[in-house]
Write a protein of this length. Sequence first.
Length: 175
Amino acid sequence: MIAFYVRALAIASSVLFVGSIALAAENAQDNASPVFGVQLPEGYRNWQVISVAHEAGNNNDIRVILGNQVAMETYRKGLRPFPDGTIIARLAWKYVPSARNNEIFGQAQSFVAGDPTNVQITSKDSKKYAATAGWGYAQFENGKVNPSETLINTCFGCHNRLPKTEDLIFTHYAP
């Protein structure tokens, strides 16, 4: 009788384990970008800095651009095109004056990162994203994918305006 219960428990555990894997995979797909299926990479906040930027105009944000190991090796070697497996993350925050710092400096000169606006992911897979020169795109707000196909379909149009020698990437490496 004990053997029966042990077997039943093992089967139930296996079913729950397989079910949890399927549920986790489904939840991950729920947070994938429309059109491309790009997801927020695990641990991207620990990637190395490629560069920083300030975007004026309507965006008025401050950005840090991070790269996975493949991206960093390619940037450091000065190579193009980027190989498959390259992932570039762009994190943006509102660009706001720092009243505290300006008071200390005695003049308005200091700006800092305010509230986060979004994270954009650019991922290279020349077969999967052949129609967009090998790049897939995603935008996330508060950790959740922006589900707008209209928005995500604008990415390639802008990137495609760059010289082909840049492999559709705006960011230059700042060593």
